[in-house]
Design a protein around this ligand. Structure first.
Ligand SMILES: [Zn+2]
Length: 321
């Protein structure tokens, strides 16, 4: 009871940010950009400064593997961008879009599933993603949140990677312990040497650990370890939000999470309140190096640094005797 109250209070302060509404975006003027990152792999991102939650690019990144006979897509952003996404994909290939995999359950990654599902694409995700999507959704997205075509039809739990053998590519769906949410998967394309990371790592704003959707600090740290272990120095890491990075870039992010966790833990043990901890501005040593870290979240009251520190506090508070 106590835990859920804390999490709920946090959601009230910081907004239900993962699940925030996308209904008011100017979809007609959002463009989709395709960047080739490997011979058969493309990153699709959307216009900057059009989505208050994602000024670095509206919605979430989409990954597109283009094989000789079929296409594999990762994440589906918002449903109203579907036609533009298909136009971008069709400039690259006319092959069928056989699979869509979701990195996690946030709406900026899954609400576009519905259109892919209706056109016969097989949707794969964690069981936790399917369960989260079945829960009642905000009313504005009625079609994308009630049509059965939106739901993953092949699901798996936290366990060994699920492998999909395409003609010239092995795709590994690597489940992660509760990190950004309780249903995170990173998706590795072995031959392309590309990993679609999801959102437990981001390089626009501070880490977002969504306690409401089952995320945890320790799971985030562990997910970073799994990502590092699966990456070679030249592997391209494509986060759900922000720039494409490499294994080396993870070090700074891991350092932030570890150091902030330790500082917050000390504060929790010393009996400090959440307000004390937020007022201490624990991220100050990193602020100048974290792009968008002090951007205000929709609502204008809290920064992504505040959201991060508050989540760490709430998570540690509920697990510290
Ligand atoms: Zn997310």
């Amino acid at each position: 009871m106590k835990t859920s109250l804390i999490v709920y209070a946090s959601a009230l302060i910081f907004g239900s940010v993962g699940q925030a509404s996308s209904q008011n975006l100017d979809f007609d003027n959002i463009e989709i950009y395709a960047d080739q990152v490997a011979p058969h792999f493309y990153s699709l991102t959307a216009s900057k400064n059009m989505d208050p939650l994602h000024p670095e690019g509206a919605g979430g990144r989409i990954g597109v593997y283009v094989g000789p006979d079929a296409i594999f897509v990762v994440d589906a952003t918002y449903p109203r961008l579907y036609q533009k996404i298909i136009q971008a994909i069709r400039k690259i290939s006319d092959k069928p879009i056989k699979y869509l995999a979701n990195t996690h359950e946030h709406r900026d990654h899954v609400s576009g599933n519905v259109n892919f599902g209706k056109h016969g694409t097989t949707i794969l995700a964690r069981q936790e993603v399917r369960e989260a999507m079945i829960k009642p959704q905000p009313p504005e997205d009625t079609v994308s949140s009630t049509d059965p075509a939106r739901l993953p039809t092949i699901t798996y739990g936290f366990g060994p990677p699920v492998k999909i053998w395409m003609a010239q590519e092995t795709v590994q769906l690597i489940p992660l312990k509760k990190a950004h949410t309780d249903g995170d998967t990173m998706i590795k394309f072995d031959e392309s040497n590309v990993i679609m990371v999801g959102d437990f790592y981001r390089n626009y704003g501070y880490p977002f650990i969504d306690l409401q959707e089952g995320g945890t600090v320790d799971g985030t740290i562990e997910a970073l370890t799994v990502l590092e272990a699966n990456s070679a120095p030249d592997t391209k890491l494509l986060p759900g939000h922000g720039d494409i990075v490499s294994r080396e870039d993870l070090k700074f992010y891991r350092q932030i999470v570890l150091e902030v966790k330790q500082k917050v833990l000390d504060a929790v043990r010393a009996g400090k309140s959440k307000q004390d901890v937020l007022s201490a501005k624990l991220t100050a040593p990193y602020d100048s190096k974290v792009n968008g870290g002090l951007d205000l979240l929709p609502g204008g009251k809290a920064t992504t640094a505040d959201r991060f520190v508050a989540a760490v506090y709430d998570d540690l508070k509920r697990s510290t005797p």
